[in-house]
Design a protein around this ligand. Structure first.
Ligand code: GAL
Ligand code: ZN
Length: 668
């Protein structure tokens, strides 16, 4: 039962609710909360995420009375609880008694209490206390009728990497296990460079603000280690929960930034993937960018429905300027998550805080009470989602396109002392994912060593770090008839950040049919002419070895040399981008490549700004159609479909209001 299926059967609907922090309010408010939750169609509430100090006010003294009452109220009100183990933020008594658990920055600065999540992930003292509290909480509430899901930690990726002596010790143990001997470490880290050779593991430190640049292999291993240490914190608690409360699924919510933790290594340890999404309403590409995150979340456990654990009802409060979500955007973006495979739509937070650092963050129930636009939209969405019972549990069909994502590559790509500081992984991924998104072409996200054979098109943004075997797998995919698009600065180094010798792009030279002799990064905000359009960020000196040039550079040093190439290889085709073309040019190229590869939009003929994604229910496919435009639009459908949101049955067309949504099922 400890799976998403159990949760789905229990909730029987797309889960709806948010973070609930009742300890911030007098008890008489709780009754109103429950009444309003009913009114808003709330079915699931996350409780206790930051409640450590409230349940253990002094070491070993517990006060669960208030939480018992909250849990009982929820059970009586028919609202399920996603109950936290409450270990996300250590209480003042713990850091006062054990200052050694406070994290230390790369420059040696201690981080002090007063904010949150201030703990060293390697600290045995923190882990022991966290496991102890998890055990208390689990023992007390397992079997409680409100309990539906365990919530461990909070956004582990946002816990700062720690560089303290405890972490240094743990890092040495991690290295010993990984390398076995200090000779192997020296070899992997290329320590003959700059006189860095270690005589023993005991001499190794975390990469603490080294001068002038860190050894990149050392730095990337520290990122791997830091991800593993956070995962270990999660696993310590998960083990307790499994033992004490084996029937209840366990999750943790991933932060908006995908970068800090290697989620491929985390995913097998989760019963269900959960994500917190905070698209910026001021960013015109917000929906396209968040779509990439959603595709990652759906792909982490191979298409299993995931949970949108947090989003803002309207504005956040942590950007320099915090835009409210315009009318209809909250609904539209919620449905966007469902379209990309989410089985829950949740918010931070239920009731807007009166004090504290997040009092200007919007909430489902605003400071002014349950009146006005926000609560109105919250209530309408709650009921709409409740009525769409066909969707929970429905998986997205396998996409035609896969995009390759690898975390060590991401970390290695963004080290110092590279040809250009402008080569950032997320920009590269968005640049290639965006045109697919804009064309309503579904995209899965895969590891570099995944079985690619089911995909018509494989997109590889900046795979700078890659091992020979994964590269060989990508080559074989093309050999066997696949279509590949790869962007520049790929195939450059091995997993220890050592260059693949013999000409760039190393293990991809054969499949791409070319050799790159020199990199030509562009000046800040510079552009370079292409036969059609412009290039940004990068140019390079490409020599064809079997590939043909499809676009040329027309200005600057590489004028006349290939900028975009195509290589027929085996039964397939490999494309290479030696620059980042401007968005319109990339769109044109990606459209052409994916059409040739046979990768199709989810629905044909959708107007620009209208998105569709499918989920396959027991009764066949459902198409979620989203109008991201601020004008109404009529969409021609491939046949008659009915709208589960109660829009009129449409004979082959559907009319969408500005920011409108339809959930369509083929009629008949
Ligand atoms: C999340 C966090 C929440 C809350 C929210 C505000 O990252 O998990 O606790 O701080 O941001 O946007
Ligand atoms: Zn530490």
């Amino acid at each position: 039962m400890n799976s998403i299926d159990g949760l789905r059967d229990r909730l029987g609907r797309i889960a709806y609710g948010g973070d609930y922090n009742p300890e911030q309010w007098p008890e008489h408010v709780w009754d109103e909360d429950l009444r309003l939750m009913k009114e808003a169609g709330v079915s699931l509430i996350s409780v206790g995420i930051f409640s450590w100090a409230a349940v253990e006010p002094e070491p070993g003294t517990y006060d669960f009375g208030w939480l018992d009452r909250v849990m009982d109220l929820l059970a009586d009100g028919g609202v399920a609880a996603c109950l936290a183990t409450m270990t996300a933020s250590p209480p003042p008594w713990l850091t006062a008694r054990h200052p050694e658990i406070l994290p230390t920055g790369a420059d040696g600065t201690r981080m002090w209490p007063g904010g949150r999540q201030h703990y060293c992930p390697s600290s045995p003292v923190y882990r022991e206390h966290a496991a102890g509290l998890a055990e208390r909480v689990a023992t007390r509430y397992t079997g409680h009728p409100a309990l539906a899901l365990w919530h461990v930690g909070n956004e582990y990726g946002n816990v700062a990497p720690c560089y303290c002596d405890v972490s240094a010790d743990a890092f040495r143990r991690w290295l010993r296990e990984r390398y076995g001997s200090v000779d192997a470490l020296n070899d992997a880290w290329s320590t003959t460079f700059w006189s860095q050779r270690y005589a023993s593991f005991d001499e190794v430190l975390p990469p603490r603000s080294p001068a002038p640049f860190a050894n990149p292999a050392h730095a990337v291993d520290y990122a791997r280690f830091s991800s593993d240490e956070l995962l270990a914190c999660y696993l310590v608690e998960k083990e307790v929960l499994r033992r004490v409360s084996p029937d209840v699924p366990v999750m943790t919510n991933f932060p908006p930034s995908l970068r800090p933790a290697d989620l491929w290594t985390w995913a097998p340890h989760l019963d269900v993937v959960a994500y917190d999404a905070y698209p910026d309403p001021y960013d015109a590409a917000a929906d396209a960018k968040i779509a990439f995150s959603y595709d990652v979340m759906r792909s982490l456990r191979d298409g299993q429905p995931w949970l949108l654990m947090e989003q803002a009802p309207s504005a956040v409060n942590w950007r320099a300027r915090n835009a409210p979500k315009p009318a209809g955007a909250m609904r539209l973006w919620s449905w966007q998550a469902v379209a990309h495979g989410a089985d829950a739509v949740m918010f931070f937070q239920w009731r807007q805080s009166r004090g504290g650092a997040e009092k200007f963050h919007s909430a489902m129930v605003p400071h002014g009470g349950p009146i006005g636009r926000i609560f109105e939209e919250v209530r309408e969405l709650g009921h709409e989602l409740a009525a769409t019972t066909a969707l929970p549990g429905a998986r997205a069909p396998r996409a035609d396109v896969a995009l390759v994502l690898d975390w060590p590559n991401w970390w290695a790509l963004e080290q110092d002392a590279h040809p250009s500081a402008d080569v950032r992984f997320l920009d590269a991924a968005w640049a290639l994912h965006g045109p697919l998104y804009d064309a309503s072409v579904a995209c899965d996200v895969v590891r570099p060593d995944a079985d690619l054979s089911a995909y018509r098109l494989v997109v590889v943004p900046n795979l700078y770090l890659v091992d020979e075997e994964a590269a060989r797998g990508i080559e074989r995919y093309v050999e066997d008839g696949g279509t590949l698009v790869m962007s520049f600065f790929s195939g450059i180094v091995d997993p220890h950040d050592r260059v693949h010798l013999g000409g760039y792009p190393g293990p991809f030279r054969r499949v791409l049919g070319l050799r790159v002799e020199e990199f030509g990064p562009l000046p800040e905000s510079g552009t370079i002419g292409l036969s059609q359009g412009t290039g940004t960020i990068w140019s390079e000196d490409v020599h064809l070895e079997g590939a043909e040039a499809v676009e040329y550079f027309t200005t600057g040093e590489p004028a006349g040399r290939p900028a975009v190439t195509r290589h027929r290889y085996g039964r397939g085709t490999a494309w290479y981008l030696a620059t980042r073309p401007d968005p319109a040019t990339t769109r044109r190229l990606v459209d052409r490549i994916r059409e040739e590869a046979g990768a199709r939009p989810v629905l044909p003929g959708l107007p620009e700004g209208v998105q569709a994604r499918a989920r396959v229910t027991g009764d066949g496919p459902c198409y979620i159609v989203l109008n991201h435009r601020t004008t109404p639009v009529t969409v021609d459908l491939p046949g008659p479909m009915s709208d589960l949101l109660g829009g009129a049955d449409a004979a082959g067309t559907v009319r969408l209001a500005p920011r409108g949504v339809a959930v369509l099922r083929p009629a008949g």
